[in-house]
Design a protein around this ligand. Structure first.
Ligand code: GCU
Length: 608
């Protein structure tokens, strides 16, 4: 094909532009943790760049869209020589630990919002017949990725994984990976500019170089069929297969050893009748070893099998009625005031929930680390998983919707094999407008099209008149639960008044209260009329539990929140100091009086 100069230029422009379009990532490699990987975690040099000097020229044009494509910090010039002018040099810069947000690692970065550059040098010995992907667990918020000076692409969304295939850009030997991260909040993004959590920036989750065979097992789903505990249903998807290929699914403990042949696209779906299967539940979170192999690849996973459904106002786990004793939590380690980084951090949070007597957690308000879900599988905690469609999103902006839907899709695809996840939430406290109903309605439909085996919900808001609390948000009609937040005794009324209130819930669905609670500074004691005292928070819990116990069809609660967490919206100098103090445990691990009220309530509450 002969390309004229004009068309050559146009072609070059399209190539460059395509790299700057947000690549709503293709299907991720399922279960990266069980693949051949080179971890790129550890120390990365960094450069703070509030003026985007490493990305834009003085005419504010991106260097990577220039004719040469060069000029930005991604060139990683470290030995300019005496005649060349370079006004940056990663070799002389301090480092940030990855995974980890930048805010909790340097005091000067605590409040930093803007662009920051990361660089990681690494060695690889390339193998002929292998493919290579760079996989990020999550980077907040917008990230531009460059390998050896070449742009791989852009990702938006701070809580979901993304990957790029890099075989053609990797060097056998020394390589350098440069990531421009921008956590600037913007109105049309997801989340939007206003959140009650810290806008932690950076490469917050694991980074891996993943090596696969030419043809590899890209994706699989192995779960029970919808409401059918006697049938395992799913699919296996090969990538790079030349067409029909043999694959094998083995679940040794269930004596399942099934051989299949994929279709021309490398995909096979299956349904396998099962008899004596031990179903996953919080008391006995049974996980089975599942092995999938193809002619060139093999992957092993630990998967639990359970069914979840609603029946009128009841929630049925494995066909049995269940009450969800829950607690809400952020992806934050209160002891460092930063994102959870290690298995240990995550296990700490979930152990605190178990110690409280929980069988259920609401992982708010965004997709948490994959390891968190795998630990919930192992520890026996049911999970409410949510995408950050939070408060007032730009409902009429098509790009905003695509972004939200992409985060939802990637989240469901990543975690579809986790038994712990029983509920997909499409958002929190979103205002009831027509545009919002359309936006959220589409997200609900998308969720059901991606996974019909779990419940779909959202944290709705309530109306109040006198002593009646009404739940009649139209979006509720599309959801499986009547789930809502209510802050009686804190944002409205007062703790003593709560027993006078009653609920008018317009849906014949299980009622799940997704948030209630109040703030208290641990160690501050006074009478129960004094806000911020442990006694005030304690009375909120005593009377909230009384008020909620009157609700027919109450099948679960997730008090807000397990532990104090950082928020830029909390500036009371005496009681808050940028911490939301609604935790039952303080940021130094102190259990507040209300903690023991809830623990006692759960000890006495039947799960049936
Ligand atoms: C809201 C919101 C939370 C917030 C909480 C609070 O309901 O969903 O993200 O932290 O209330 O005000 O403490």
């Amino acid at each position: 094909m002969y390309l004229s100069k004009k068309s050559t230029q146009l072609f070059a422009f399209i190539i460059v532009m395509s790299f700057n379009f947000i690549s709503f990532s293709q299907k991720q490699i399922q279960n990266v943790l069980d693949r051949t990987t080179l971890s790129l975690n550890g120390d990365w040099q960094f450069i703070i760049d509030p003026y985007k000097m490493g990305y834009l020229d003085y005419r504010q044009k991106p260097f990577d869209e220039s004719a040469s494509g060069k000029g930005g910090f991604y060139d990683n010039i470290t030995n300019p020589g005496k005649t060349k002018r370079a006004e940056y040099n990663f070799d002389y810069e301090p480092s940030l630990t990855v995974p980890g947000d930048w805010n909790s690692q340097y005091e000067k970065l605590e409040f930093y919002e803007g662009v920051l550059w990361y660089r990681r040098n690494f060695k690889v010995s390339l193998k002929e017949d292998k493919r290579y992907f760079i996989h990020f667990g999550a980077v907040n918020y917008e990230s531009h990725i460059y390998l050896n000076g070449q742009k791989l692409g852009v990702n938006k969304g701070g809580f979901t994984p993304f990957q790029f295939e890099v075989g053609d850009k990797l060097i056998d030997g020394d390589n350098f990976l440069v990531v421009m991260v921008d956590n600037t909040r913007k109105k049309d993004e997801v989340p939007t500019i206003n959140t009650d959590w810290w806008n932690y920036g950076g490469i917050t989750r694991d980074v891996n170089l993943v090596e696969t065979p030419e043809s590899y097992i890209n994706d699989y789903k192995v779960q029970l069929a919808k409401n059918d505990a006697a049938k395992i249903k799913g699919y296996i998807e090969l990538e790079g297969s030349g067409g029909e290929e043999p694959v094998v699914l083995q679940i040794p403990e269930l004596k399942i050893n099934q051989s299949y042949t994929t279709d021309a696209n490398g995909k096979v779906t299956f349904e396998i009748p099962v008899k004596k299967i031990q179903l996953w539940n919080p008391e006995s979170p049974k996980l089975y070893e599942v092995k999938i192999s193809s002619s060139q690849d093999a992957v092993t996973d630990k998967i639990g099998f359970r069914t979840i459904a609603t029946e009128g106002k009841n929630i049925l786990l494995n066909g049995e009625s269940i009450f969800m004793k829950g607690i809400a939590m952020h992806d934050e380690n209160p002891l460092i005031g930063g994102r959870l980084r290690s298995d240990g951090d995550m296990r700490m949070m979930l152990s605190w929930a178990k110690e409280l007597g929980c069988n259920y957690v609401r992982l708010a308000h965004y997709t948490h680390n994959e390891t968190m879900l795998r630990l919930a599988d192992e520890m026996g905690l049911m999970v409410w998983s949510e995408v950050p469609v939070y408060w007032t999103i730009s409902w009429e902006n098509e790009e905003t919707y695509k972004n939200a839907e992409n985060q939802l899709r990637v989240s469901v695809e990543r975690d579809k094999n986790r038994a712990s996840i029983i509920i997909w939430s499409v958002g929190n406290e979103t205002p009831v407008t027509e545009a919002r109903n359309v936006f959220m309605g589409k997200l609900v439909d998308k969720t059901r099209s991606l996974d019909d085996t779990r419940l779909v919900a959202a944290a709705l808001e309530v109306e109040r008149e006198g002593y009646t609390i009404t739940v009649d948000d139209t979006l509720g009609e599309k959801l499986d639960l009547a789930s809502f937040n209510q802050y009686g005794g804190w944002y409205w009324s007062e703790p003593k008044e709560l027993p006078k209130y009653s609920f008018d819930i317009k849906f014949n669905k299980p009622v799940v209260i997704t948030e209630f609670g109040g703030g208290a500074l641990a160690g501050f004691h006074a009478d129960d009329d004094t806000m911020w005292s442990e006694e005030y928070q304690e009375l909120i819990y005593i009377n909230q539990l009384k008020m909620m116990d009157k609700i027919s069809g109450l099948r679960g609660i997730t008090p807000w929140i397990l532990v104090d967490f950082k928020s830029p919206r909390r500036q009371n100098p005496v009681y808050q100091q940028f911490w939301n103090r609604k935790g039952l445990i303080s940021n130094t691990g102190v259990k507040k009086k209300a903690y023991f009220i809830l623990k006692e309530y759960y000890r006495n509450k039947s799960v049936k």
